[in-house]
Write a protein that binds this ligand. Sequence first.
Ligand SMILES: Cc1cc2nc3c(=O)[nH]c(=O)nc-3n(C[C@H](O)[C@H](O)[C@H](O)COP(=O)(O)O)c2cc1C
Length: 461
Amino acid sequence: MNQDLRIFINKIEEKFPETVEYFEDEISAKYEITAVLKELEKKGSPLVIFKNIKNYKMPVISNVLASRQRIAMSLGLDNEREFLELYSKYIGRRIEPEIVKNGIFETNYYDEKTVDLTKTLPIITHFNCDGGPYITAGVVIARDPDSGIHTCGLHRLQLKERNKLGISLHSRKRMWEFHRRAEEKGKSLPAAIAIGVHPIVTIGSLAFLPYNDSKYDLIGGLLGEPLQVVKCKNIDVLVPAWTEIIIEGEILNEVREPEGPFSEFTNYVTGRSTRNVFKVKALHHRDNALYHSINPALSADHNTIMAFHRECDIFSTLLRTVPNVKAIHVPISGCGIFTCYISIKKTAEGEPLQAIFTTLAEDHCIKAVVVVDDDIDIFDEQEVLWAISTRVQGDKDIIITPQNMGMGDMLDPSTDELYRSSKIGIDATKPLSGFPQKVEVDDRIRKRILPIVQKIYGQQQ
Ligand SMILES: Cc1cc2nc3c(=O)[nH]c(=O)nc-3n(C[C@H](O)[C@H](O)[C@H](O)COP(=O)(O)O)c2cc1C
Protein backbone atom coordinates (compact mmCIF):
# COMPACT_ATOMS: atom_id res chain seq x y z
CA MET A 1 0.00 0.00 0.00
CA ASN A 2 1.29 3.46 -0.78
CA GLN A 3 1.98 5.34 2.48
CA ASP A 4 1.76 8.86 1.02
CA LEU A 5 -1.19 11.06 2.02
CA ARG A 6 -1.20 12.66 -1.42
CA ILE A 7 -1.81 9.29 -3.13
CA PHE A 8 -4.76 8.73 -0.78
CA ILE A 9 -6.21 12.13 -1.75
CA ASN A 10 -5.81 11.26 -5.43
CA LYS A 11 -7.70 8.02 -4.86
CA ILE A 12 -10.60 9.85 -3.20
CA GLU A 13 -10.68 12.30 -6.10
CA GLU A 14 -10.87 9.41 -8.56
CA LYS A 15 -13.48 7.39 -6.70
CA PHE A 16 -15.66 10.04 -5.05
CA PRO A 17 -14.90 13.35 -6.84
CA GLU A 18 -18.07 14.91 -5.43
CA THR A 19 -16.55 14.66 -1.90
CA VAL A 20 -13.46 16.81 -2.63
CA GLU A 21 -13.51 20.64 -2.72
CA TYR A 22 -10.73 23.00 -3.79
CA PHE A 23 -11.03 26.41 -2.14
CA GLU A 24 -9.15 28.80 -4.42
CA ASP A 25 -9.96 32.24 -2.91
CA GLU A 26 -7.55 33.85 -0.47
CA ILE A 27 -8.53 33.00 3.08
CA SER A 28 -7.15 33.80 6.54
CA ALA A 29 -5.95 31.08 8.93
CA LYS A 30 -7.49 33.18 11.69
CA TYR A 31 -11.15 32.11 12.12
CA GLU A 32 -12.04 32.07 8.40
CA ILE A 33 -10.98 28.51 7.52
CA THR A 34 -12.96 27.14 10.48
CA ALA A 35 -15.99 29.22 9.52
CA VAL A 36 -15.90 27.74 5.98
CA LEU A 37 -15.55 24.20 7.37
CA LYS A 38 -18.50 24.76 9.71
CA GLU A 39 -20.63 25.80 6.71
CA LEU A 40 -19.45 22.76 4.75
CA GLU A 41 -20.54 20.45 7.57
CA LYS A 42 -24.06 21.14 6.35
CA LYS A 43 -22.95 19.65 3.00
CA GLY A 44 -21.56 16.42 4.50
CA SER A 45 -18.03 17.65 5.38
CA PRO A 46 -16.21 17.16 2.06
CA LEU A 47 -12.42 16.90 2.06
CA VAL A 48 -11.25 20.50 1.49
CA ILE A 49 -7.96 21.82 0.17
CA PHE A 50 -7.50 25.55 0.87
CA LYS A 51 -4.94 26.60 -1.73
CA ASN A 52 -4.38 30.26 -0.92
CA ILE A 53 -3.77 31.09 2.74
CA LYS A 54 -3.10 34.74 3.54
CA ASN A 55 0.59 35.27 4.51
CA TYR A 56 1.53 31.58 4.07
CA LYS A 57 2.83 29.44 1.24
CA MET A 58 1.50 26.07 2.40
CA PRO A 59 -2.00 24.95 1.48
CA VAL A 60 -4.25 23.59 4.24
CA ILE A 61 -6.12 20.30 3.98
CA SER A 62 -9.00 19.37 6.27
CA ASN A 63 -11.79 16.79 6.72
CA VAL A 64 -9.52 13.95 5.57
CA LEU A 65 -11.31 11.40 7.77
CA ALA A 66 -14.59 13.25 8.31
CA SER A 67 -16.74 10.44 6.90
CA ARG A 68 -17.14 6.74 7.48
CA GLN A 69 -16.76 6.29 3.73
CA ARG A 70 -13.25 7.82 3.77
CA ILE A 71 -12.24 5.88 6.89
CA ALA A 72 -13.35 2.64 5.17
CA MET A 73 -11.48 3.60 2.00
CA SER A 74 -8.24 4.32 3.82
CA LEU A 75 -8.38 0.81 5.27
CA GLY A 76 -9.03 -0.68 1.87
CA LEU A 77 -12.61 -1.64 2.77
CA ASP A 78 -15.33 -1.14 0.18
CA ASN A 79 -18.12 -1.14 2.62
CA GLU A 80 -18.60 0.64 5.94
CA ARG A 81 -20.52 -2.41 7.14
CA GLU A 82 -17.29 -4.43 6.98
CA PHE A 83 -15.82 -2.15 9.64
CA LEU A 84 -16.65 -4.08 12.71
CA GLU A 85 -15.57 -7.53 11.67
CA LEU A 86 -12.58 -6.76 9.46
CA TYR A 87 -11.15 -3.94 11.53
CA SER A 88 -11.26 -6.14 14.62
CA LYS A 89 -9.18 -8.67 12.68
CA TYR A 90 -6.68 -6.10 11.34
CA ILE A 91 -6.16 -4.44 14.70
CA GLY A 92 -4.85 -7.72 16.13
CA ARG A 93 -2.10 -8.00 13.51
CA ARG A 94 1.44 -6.79 14.25
CA ILE A 95 4.09 -5.95 11.61
CA GLU A 96 7.33 -4.29 12.71
CA PRO A 97 8.31 -1.03 11.00
CA GLU A 98 11.06 -0.84 8.40
CA ILE A 99 13.76 1.78 8.98
CA VAL A 100 14.55 3.54 5.70
CA LYS A 101 17.29 6.05 4.95
CA ASN A 102 15.31 9.09 3.88
CA GLY A 103 11.93 10.66 4.54
CA ILE A 104 10.05 12.80 2.04
CA PHE A 105 9.85 15.56 4.64
CA GLU A 106 13.63 16.02 4.66
CA THR A 107 13.90 18.52 1.79
CA ASN A 108 13.51 21.68 3.90
CA TYR A 109 15.18 21.94 7.31
CA TYR A 110 15.23 24.55 10.08
CA ASP A 111 17.37 24.00 13.18
CA GLU A 112 16.95 25.26 16.73
CA LYS A 113 18.17 28.73 15.77
CA THR A 114 16.27 29.21 12.52
CA VAL A 115 12.99 27.44 13.26
CA ASP A 116 9.95 29.74 13.38
CA LEU A 117 6.62 27.94 13.47
CA THR A 118 4.73 31.24 13.44
CA LYS A 119 6.01 32.01 9.94
CA THR A 120 6.38 28.61 8.28
CA LEU A 121 3.18 26.76 9.16
CA PRO A 122 -0.35 28.15 8.59
CA ILE A 123 -1.41 27.15 12.09
CA ILE A 124 -5.10 27.92 12.43
CA THR A 125 -6.84 30.01 15.08
CA HIS A 126 -10.21 28.31 15.04
CA PHE A 127 -12.66 30.23 17.23
CA ASN A 128 -12.44 33.59 18.97
CA CYS A 129 -12.78 31.85 22.34
CA ASP A 130 -9.55 29.87 21.74
CA GLY A 131 -6.34 30.84 23.52
CA GLY A 132 -4.44 31.12 20.21
CA PRO A 133 -3.50 29.20 17.07
CA TYR A 134 -3.60 25.38 17.42
CA ILE A 135 -2.06 22.44 15.56
CA THR A 136 -4.91 19.89 15.64
CA ALA A 137 -3.65 17.11 13.33
CA GLY A 138 -0.23 16.66 14.90
CA VAL A 139 0.52 12.99 15.57
CA VAL A 140 2.82 13.20 18.60
CA ILE A 141 5.39 10.39 18.73
CA ALA A 142 7.60 9.33 21.64
CA ARG A 143 9.25 6.24 23.14
CA ASP A 144 8.55 4.62 26.48
CA PRO A 145 11.54 5.63 28.68
CA ASP A 146 11.45 2.09 30.17
CA SER A 147 10.86 -0.31 27.25
CA GLY A 148 11.81 1.95 24.31
CA ILE A 149 8.66 1.07 22.33
CA HIS A 150 6.99 3.82 20.31
CA THR A 151 3.62 5.38 20.95
CA CYS A 152 1.84 8.02 18.92
CA GLY A 153 -1.44 9.90 19.25
CA LEU A 154 -3.19 13.13 18.38
CA HIS A 155 -2.70 15.87 20.97
CA ARG A 156 -3.71 19.50 20.65
CA LEU A 157 -0.73 21.87 20.42
CA GLN A 158 -1.03 25.59 21.13
CA LEU A 159 1.43 27.85 19.30
CA LYS A 160 3.13 29.95 21.99
CA GLU A 161 6.40 31.14 20.46
CA ARG A 162 8.43 30.48 17.33
CA ASN A 163 9.86 27.33 19.03
CA LYS A 164 7.43 26.57 21.84
CA LEU A 165 4.06 24.80 21.93
CA GLY A 166 1.65 24.10 24.76
CA ILE A 167 0.43 20.48 24.80
CA SER A 168 -2.39 18.80 26.71
CA LEU A 169 -2.20 15.06 27.46
CA HIS A 170 -5.69 15.01 28.98
CA SER A 171 -6.78 11.64 27.56
CA ARG A 172 -4.33 10.25 30.13
CA LYS A 173 -3.22 7.33 28.00
CA ARG A 174 0.26 6.22 26.94
CA MET A 175 1.87 9.60 26.14
CA TRP A 176 0.78 10.88 29.54
CA GLU A 177 2.21 7.78 31.23
CA PHE A 178 5.47 7.83 29.22
CA HIS A 179 5.98 11.49 30.12
CA ARG A 180 5.29 10.63 33.77
CA ARG A 181 7.91 7.85 33.55
CA ALA A 182 10.43 10.29 32.05
CA GLU A 183 9.76 12.84 34.81
CA GLU A 184 10.22 10.11 37.41
CA LYS A 185 13.77 9.78 36.03
CA GLY A 186 14.19 13.58 36.10
CA LYS A 187 14.16 13.83 32.29
CA SER A 188 12.20 15.50 29.51
CA LEU A 189 10.50 13.18 26.98
CA PRO A 190 12.01 13.43 23.47
CA ALA A 191 9.09 13.66 21.04
CA ALA A 192 8.30 14.39 17.40
CA ILE A 193 5.16 15.77 15.77
CA ALA A 194 4.12 14.41 12.38
CA ILE A 195 1.66 16.54 10.38
CA GLY A 196 0.27 15.24 7.08
CA VAL A 197 0.50 11.48 7.52
CA HIS A 198 -1.31 8.67 5.71
CA PRO A 199 -4.80 8.20 7.25
CA ILE A 200 -3.86 4.73 8.52
CA VAL A 201 -1.19 6.32 10.72
CA THR A 202 -3.84 8.67 12.14
CA ILE A 203 -6.33 5.83 12.65
CA GLY A 204 -3.73 3.50 14.23
CA SER A 205 -2.47 6.27 16.50
CA LEU A 206 -5.88 6.33 18.18
CA ALA A 207 -5.96 2.61 18.98
CA PHE A 208 -5.80 1.33 22.54
CA LEU A 209 -3.19 -1.34 23.10
CA PRO A 210 -1.09 -2.64 25.99
CA TYR A 211 1.47 -0.17 27.32
CA ASN A 212 4.39 -2.34 26.21
CA ASP A 213 3.20 -2.85 22.59
CA SER A 214 4.50 -0.58 19.82
CA LYS A 215 1.88 1.45 17.97
CA TYR A 216 4.08 1.27 14.87
CA ASP A 217 3.69 -2.54 14.85
CA LEU A 218 -0.08 -2.08 15.05
CA ILE A 219 -0.05 0.49 12.23
CA GLY A 220 1.97 -2.01 10.15
CA GLY A 221 -0.77 -4.56 10.86
CA LEU A 222 -3.41 -2.13 9.56
CA LEU A 223 -1.31 -1.33 6.48
CA GLY A 224 -0.58 -5.01 5.81
CA GLU A 225 3.11 -4.12 5.40
CA PRO A 226 5.84 -2.49 7.53
CA LEU A 227 5.38 1.21 8.19
CA GLN A 228 8.42 2.94 6.68
CA VAL A 229 10.12 5.08 9.32
CA VAL A 230 13.20 7.32 9.53
CA LYS A 231 15.44 8.26 12.44
CA CYS A 232 15.06 11.86 13.57
CA LYS A 233 18.09 14.11 13.25
CA ASN A 234 18.16 15.47 16.81
CA ILE A 235 16.31 12.93 18.97
CA ASP A 236 16.19 9.14 19.30
CA VAL A 237 12.69 8.77 17.84
CA LEU A 238 11.52 7.12 14.61
CA VAL A 239 8.97 8.98 12.48
CA PRO A 240 6.88 7.91 9.45
CA ALA A 241 8.98 8.46 6.31
CA TRP A 242 5.97 9.57 4.23
CA THR A 243 5.09 12.64 6.28
CA GLU A 244 4.60 16.16 4.95
CA ILE A 245 5.96 17.97 8.04
CA ILE A 246 8.04 16.80 11.04
CA ILE A 247 8.74 18.83 14.18
CA GLU A 248 11.42 17.49 16.55
CA GLY A 249 11.60 18.43 20.21
CA GLU A 250 10.80 17.34 23.75
CA ILE A 251 7.98 17.51 26.28
CA LEU A 252 9.69 19.28 29.14
CA ASN A 253 10.37 17.83 32.55
CA GLU A 254 8.67 19.56 35.51
CA VAL A 255 7.44 22.50 33.41
CA ARG A 256 3.73 23.41 33.41
CA GLU A 257 2.33 26.56 31.84
CA PRO A 258 -1.16 27.84 31.12
CA GLU A 259 -2.59 26.21 27.96
CA GLY A 260 -5.97 26.88 26.34
CA PRO A 261 -8.80 27.62 26.42
CA PHE A 262 -9.73 25.49 23.43
CA SER A 263 -12.92 24.56 21.59
CA GLU A 264 -13.07 20.86 22.30
CA PHE A 265 -14.92 17.89 20.80
CA THR A 266 -17.58 18.19 23.51
CA ASN A 267 -18.60 21.47 21.82
CA TYR A 268 -17.61 23.39 24.94
CA VAL A 269 -14.70 25.74 25.41
CA THR A 270 -12.42 24.26 28.03
CA GLY A 271 -9.50 25.42 30.11
CA ARG A 272 -8.92 21.87 31.39
CA SER A 273 -5.46 20.73 30.40
CA THR A 274 -2.37 18.92 31.69
CA ARG A 275 -0.52 22.17 30.76
CA ASN A 276 2.65 20.53 29.39
CA VAL A 277 5.20 22.32 27.26
CA PHE A 278 6.75 21.10 23.99
CA LYS A 279 10.12 22.71 23.18
CA VAL A 280 10.86 22.67 19.44
CA LYS A 281 14.36 21.67 18.30
CA ALA A 282 13.89 21.44 14.54
CA LEU A 283 11.39 21.52 11.68
CA HIS A 284 11.46 19.62 8.39
CA HIS A 285 9.00 19.83 5.55
CA ARG A 286 8.49 18.45 2.09
CA ASP A 287 8.55 20.76 -0.94
CA ASN A 288 5.03 22.20 -1.39
CA ALA A 289 4.02 20.56 1.89
CA LEU A 290 0.34 20.12 2.70
CA TYR A 291 -0.54 21.38 6.18
CA HIS A 292 -3.20 19.05 7.62
CA SER A 293 -5.62 20.41 10.21
CA ILE A 294 -8.51 18.63 11.91
CA ASN A 295 -11.58 20.80 12.36
CA PRO A 296 -12.06 21.01 16.13
CA ALA A 297 -15.12 21.26 18.43
CA LEU A 298 -18.01 18.85 17.79
CA SER A 299 -17.34 18.12 14.12
CA ALA A 300 -17.47 15.18 11.76
CA ASP A 301 -13.71 15.58 11.31
CA HIS A 302 -12.89 15.18 15.00
CA ASN A 303 -15.65 12.95 16.30
CA THR A 304 -16.27 10.34 13.56
CA ILE A 305 -12.84 8.80 13.87
CA MET A 306 -13.15 8.49 17.65
CA ALA A 307 -16.62 6.94 17.34
CA PHE A 308 -15.42 4.45 14.75
CA HIS A 309 -12.57 3.30 17.01
CA ARG A 310 -14.76 2.76 20.04
CA GLU A 311 -17.33 0.82 17.98
CA CYS A 312 -14.65 -1.56 16.69
CA ASP A 313 -13.02 -1.99 20.12
CA ILE A 314 -16.31 -2.63 21.89
CA PHE A 315 -17.44 -5.05 19.20
CA SER A 316 -14.32 -7.19 19.45
CA THR A 317 -14.48 -7.26 23.25
CA LEU A 318 -18.21 -8.10 23.34
CA LEU A 319 -17.67 -10.97 20.91
CA ARG A 320 -15.97 -12.78 23.80
CA THR A 321 -18.78 -12.30 26.31
CA VAL A 322 -22.13 -11.85 24.53
CA PRO A 323 -23.15 -14.43 21.91
CA ASN A 324 -25.27 -12.41 19.44
CA VAL A 325 -24.13 -8.80 19.09
CA LYS A 326 -25.82 -7.26 16.06
CA ALA A 327 -24.44 -3.71 15.97
CA ILE A 328 -22.59 -1.07 17.97
CA HIS A 329 -23.11 2.66 17.59
CA VAL A 330 -21.14 5.36 19.40
CA PRO A 331 -23.20 8.36 18.28
CA ILE A 332 -21.97 11.87 17.55
CA SER A 333 -24.70 13.11 19.95
CA GLY A 334 -22.51 11.51 22.65
CA CYS A 335 -19.48 13.34 21.19
CA GLY A 336 -18.30 10.08 19.59
CA ILE A 337 -16.95 8.89 22.94
CA PHE A 338 -19.35 9.11 25.93
CA THR A 339 -22.39 7.09 24.83
CA CYS A 340 -22.74 3.65 23.29
CA TYR A 341 -25.79 1.88 21.83
CA ILE A 342 -25.63 -1.89 21.49
CA SER A 343 -28.18 -4.12 19.78
CA ILE A 344 -28.22 -7.80 20.62
CA LYS A 345 -30.36 -10.83 19.98
CA LYS A 346 -30.96 -11.60 23.63
CA THR A 347 -30.82 -15.30 24.50
CA ALA A 348 -30.65 -15.11 28.31
CA GLU A 349 -31.83 -12.61 30.91
CA GLY A 350 -28.81 -10.77 32.33
CA GLU A 351 -26.97 -10.54 29.00
CA PRO A 352 -27.63 -6.77 28.70
CA LEU A 353 -25.92 -6.13 32.05
CA GLN A 354 -22.98 -8.25 30.91
CA ALA A 355 -22.74 -6.06 27.80
CA ILE A 356 -23.06 -2.86 29.88
CA PHE A 357 -20.19 -3.66 32.27
CA THR A 358 -17.92 -5.01 29.52
CA THR A 359 -18.45 -1.81 27.52
CA LEU A 360 -17.92 0.54 30.47
CA ALA A 361 -14.61 -1.22 31.16
CA GLU A 362 -13.43 -0.66 27.59
CA ASP A 363 -12.60 3.03 28.03
CA HIS A 364 -12.85 5.36 31.03
CA CYS A 365 -14.48 7.99 28.78
CA ILE A 366 -17.64 5.91 28.18
CA LYS A 367 -20.34 6.94 30.65
CA ALA A 368 -23.66 5.72 29.21
CA VAL A 369 -24.50 2.38 27.61
CA VAL A 370 -27.91 1.50 26.20
CA VAL A 371 -28.64 -2.10 25.19
CA VAL A 372 -31.59 -2.76 22.86
CA ASP A 373 -33.02 -5.74 21.01
CA ASP A 374 -32.06 -6.53 17.43
CA ASP A 375 -35.35 -5.12 16.05
CA ILE A 376 -34.06 -1.61 16.85
CA ASP A 377 -31.90 0.26 14.34
CA ILE A 378 -29.32 1.83 16.64
CA PHE A 379 -28.16 4.22 13.90
CA ASP A 380 -31.64 5.82 14.17
CA GLU A 381 -31.73 7.60 17.53
CA GLN A 382 -35.51 7.98 17.31
CA GLU A 383 -35.76 4.16 17.48
CA VAL A 384 -33.36 4.00 20.44
CA LEU A 385 -35.43 6.58 22.33
CA TRP A 386 -38.61 4.65 21.46
CA ALA A 387 -37.10 1.48 22.95
CA ILE A 388 -36.12 3.40 26.11
CA SER A 389 -39.58 4.94 26.32
CA THR A 390 -41.47 1.68 25.97
CA ARG A 391 -39.19 -1.07 27.32
CA VAL A 392 -37.59 0.54 30.37
CA GLN A 393 -38.73 0.89 33.97
CA GLY A 394 -36.32 3.17 35.79
CA ASP A 395 -36.09 1.26 39.07
CA LYS A 396 -35.15 -2.09 37.56
CA ASP A 397 -33.64 -1.46 34.12
CA ILE A 398 -31.22 1.37 34.88
CA ILE A 399 -27.96 0.94 36.76
CA ILE A 400 -26.06 3.98 38.03
CA THR A 401 -22.59 3.79 39.60
CA PRO A 402 -21.48 6.43 42.15
CA GLN A 403 -19.48 9.35 40.76
CA ASN A 404 -16.67 9.07 43.29
CA MET A 405 -15.83 5.56 42.00
CA GLY A 406 -15.44 6.22 38.28
CA MET A 407 -12.64 7.71 36.22
CA GLY A 408 -14.07 10.14 33.67
CA ASP A 409 -12.89 12.13 30.69
CA MET A 410 -11.10 15.30 31.83
CA LEU A 411 -12.90 17.23 29.11
CA ASP A 412 -16.41 16.17 30.14
CA PRO A 413 -17.57 19.37 31.85
CA SER A 414 -19.97 17.44 34.08
CA THR A 415 -17.15 15.51 35.84
CA ASP A 416 -16.06 16.76 39.26
CA GLU A 417 -12.83 18.59 40.12
CA LEU A 418 -10.98 15.22 40.17
CA TYR A 419 -12.48 14.33 36.74
CA ARG A 420 -14.55 11.50 38.21
CA SER A 421 -17.69 10.31 36.49
CA SER A 422 -20.76 8.29 37.31
CA LYS A 423 -21.67 5.58 34.77
CA ILE A 424 -25.15 4.73 33.55
CA GLY A 425 -26.33 1.48 31.97
CA ILE A 426 -29.82 1.13 30.48
CA ASP A 427 -31.28 -2.26 29.63
CA ALA A 428 -33.89 -1.33 27.00
CA THR A 429 -34.47 -4.91 25.88
CA LYS A 430 -37.83 -6.68 26.21
CA PRO A 431 -38.17 -9.63 28.57
CA LEU A 432 -37.58 -12.91 26.70
CA SER A 433 -41.31 -13.69 26.81
CA GLY A 434 -44.65 -12.08 27.59
CA PHE A 435 -44.15 -8.68 25.92
CA PRO A 436 -46.57 -7.14 23.40
CA GLN A 437 -45.91 -7.63 19.72
CA LYS A 438 -44.45 -4.68 17.79
CA VAL A 439 -46.69 -3.27 15.05
CA GLU A 440 -45.11 -3.95 11.66
CA VAL A 441 -46.27 -4.40 8.08
CA ASP A 442 -45.89 -8.02 6.99
CA ASP A 443 -42.69 -8.34 4.95
CA ARG A 444 -44.30 -10.31 2.08
CA ILE A 445 -47.01 -7.67 1.71
CA ARG A 446 -44.45 -4.84 1.85
CA LYS A 447 -42.45 -6.43 -0.97
CA ARG A 448 -45.63 -6.77 -3.08
CA ILE A 449 -46.76 -3.13 -2.70
CA LEU A 450 -43.30 -1.58 -2.94
CA PRO A 451 -43.07 -1.47 -6.78
CA ILE A 452 -46.53 0.13 -6.92
CA VAL A 453 -45.60 2.80 -4.33
CA GLN A 454 -42.30 3.45 -6.11
CA LYS A 455 -44.11 3.94 -9.39
CA ILE A 456 -46.32 6.60 -7.86
CA TYR A 457 -43.91 8.33 -5.45
CA GLY A 458 -40.41 7.54 -6.81
CA GLN A 459 -37.48 5.36 -5.75
CA GLN A 460 -36.93 6.78 -2.28
CA GLN A 461 -39.84 4.77 -0.84
C1 LIG B 1 -8.75 15.04 16.72
C2 LIG B 1 -8.27 14.47 18.01
C3 LIG B 1 -7.62 15.28 18.94
C4 LIG B 1 -7.17 14.77 20.13
N1 LIG B 1 -6.55 15.59 21.02
C5 LIG B 1 -6.07 15.11 22.18
C6 LIG B 1 -5.37 15.96 23.09
O1 LIG B 1 -5.22 17.17 22.88
N2 LIG B 1 -4.89 15.40 24.22
C7 LIG B 1 -5.06 14.08 24.52
O2 LIG B 1 -4.59 13.63 25.57
N3 LIG B 1 -5.72 13.25 23.67
C8 LIG B 1 -6.22 13.74 22.52
N4 LIG B 1 -6.89 12.91 21.65
C9 LIG B 1 -7.02 11.48 21.97
C10 LIG B 1 -5.69 10.76 21.77
O3 LIG B 1 -5.14 11.06 20.50
C11 LIG B 1 -5.85 9.24 21.89
O4 LIG B 1 -6.33 8.93 23.19
C12 LIG B 1 -4.56 8.51 21.63
O5 LIG B 1 -4.81 7.13 21.66
C13 LIG B 1 -3.51 8.85 22.66
O6 LIG B 1 -2.29 8.26 22.29
P1 LIG B 1 -1.30 7.69 23.38
O7 LIG B 1 -1.86 6.37 23.79
O8 LIG B 1 0.02 7.61 22.70
O9 LIG B 1 -1.30 8.66 24.52
C14 LIG B 1 -7.38 13.41 20.44
C15 LIG B 1 -8.05 12.60 19.53
C16 LIG B 1 -8.51 13.12 18.34
C17 LIG B 1 -9.24 12.22 17.37
